[in-house]
Design a protein around this ligand. Structure first.
Ligand code: PLP
Length: 370
């Protein structure tokens, strides 16, 4: 790698976060490794490897393609696709022994027909929309749907799950109401003699705040990656952020007063200024919208990004620090000395949530595992 721009990922920190989650949850509920969206941007292949080595025996992804990818990497453990698969993906899902979330009869029928055609059984998890308003059977639809699903002999209905809409908000009443609806649905199923081997509901925020909802498994994503689901969510776990984004100073320039910096000349030097050029830009995911907002760490100090961030480069005002020179390490996200740019601060510059942060760095930023 000739360019120093990279995301450093500490698999040790991911394993540490897993240990924290496990000791909080206790032995009763299984921890499903949520590795969707390329493990939130950290790189699913190495993250999955690390989690498997630590004894995680079940994974969840968002799309059928992500599940196929895991199989191609040799992951033999159960993989659940959390999102809604199209019926046209059924053949591949059956062939790859992937578990689909089933929230519609069309998908159930397609999976069953494909499993019959391939002479196999396929595992499914029933999705119940208890108040997220995204996918799943409504509680009132569940019994009739289950009557049909249970008659499909090639489906192995292993699990049932729901997803909370507000577990990371200040008030938990809606999440509690969702859990109550889920419990009612399970009771009604039990009365009809239907039992599920794996009942699950909790994302990260609910794993922390609703231990009575842990059931048979929890599905933490964001806390595995060391971030709080929201600033409102209490954090009893001692999490470590397992990633940093780094580069190095590519050039240092002494510019005269009134010299425009970058496209649109939106920043103009006030006096003689020292401007450092960094080899990272919006094609790397260092969003143009960070222009004039972001700060970086060099020599343990904070410096502002000035002027418009370009596709491949951006500029930083280092006038205050004459010692900054070419090759100095630069932290765009992470720690240097006693300074830190946290995912929360980074997200605040973009008016977004931490979930978006690691994944916004594009494939051009190599993930380096340390
Ligand atoms: N379960 C489902 C169905 C999800 O969609 C997600 C992510 O959005 C998760 C679990 C993990 O959520 P979190 O990252 O908040 O733990």
């Amino acid at each position: 790698m000739l360019r120093p721009t990279r995301m450093e990922v500490s698999l040790r920190a991911v394993r540490h976060n897993l240990d924290q989650i496990r000791s909080y949850v206790g032995g009763r509920a299984q921890v499903m490794g949520v590795v969707k969206a390329n493990a939130y941007g950290l790189g699913a292949r190495r993250v999955v490897e690390a989690l498997r080595a630590q004894g995680v025996v079940r994974f969840a992804v968002a799309t059928p393609d992500e599940a196929v990818q895991l199989r191609e990497w040799g992951v033999g453990e159960p993989v659940l696709v959390l999102g809604q698969c199209l019926p046209s993906a059924a053949g591949e899902m059956v062939a790859m022994d992937v578990t689909c979330a089933v929230g519609s009869l069309e998908l159930a029928r397609a999976l069953s027909a494909e499993a019959e055609r391939q002479g196999r059984q396929v595992k499914v998890h029933i999705k119940v929309d208890t108040g997220m308003g995204r996918i799943g059977f409504l509680p009132g639809e569940l019994e009739a749907a289950m009557d049909q699903i249970l008659s499909m002999r090639h489906l192995d209905v292993e699990g049932i799950f729901t997803h909370f809409a507000t577990a990371d908000e200040a008030r938990l009443d809606h999440a509690e109401e969702q859990l109550r609806r889920f419990g009612d649905a399970l009771d009604r199923m039990r009365c009809r003699g239907v039992r599920f081997r794996l009942r699950h509901a909790c994302n990260s925020a609910a794993t922390i705040r609703m231990p009575h909802g842990h059931l048979d498994a929890v599905r933490p994503g964001i806390i595995l990656y060391g971030m709080r689901p929201s600033p409102l969510c209490p954090m009893p776990l001692n999490l470590e952020v397992p990633f940093e984004v780094n580069t190095a100073v590519a050039a240092v320039r002494e510019l005269p007063p009134m010299w425009g910096i970058s496209y649109g000349m939106r920043y103009v030097t006030r006096g003689n200024e020292r401007i450092a050029v960094l080899p990272i830009g919006y094609r790397d995911g260092y969003a143009r919208a960070l222009s004039g907002k972001a700060q970086v760490l060099i020599r343990g100090r904070r410096f502002p990004v000035v002027g418009t961030i370009c596709m491949d480069q951006c500029m930083v005002d280092v006038t205050d620090c004459p010692s900054v020179q070419v090759g100095d390490p630069v932290v765009l996200l992470g720690r240097q000395g006693d300074q830190a740019i946290t995912p929360e601060e980074f997200a605040s510059w973009l008016n977004t949530i931490v979930y978006e942060v690691p994944g916004m760095f594009s494939e051009r930023v190599p993930r380096v595992y340390v």
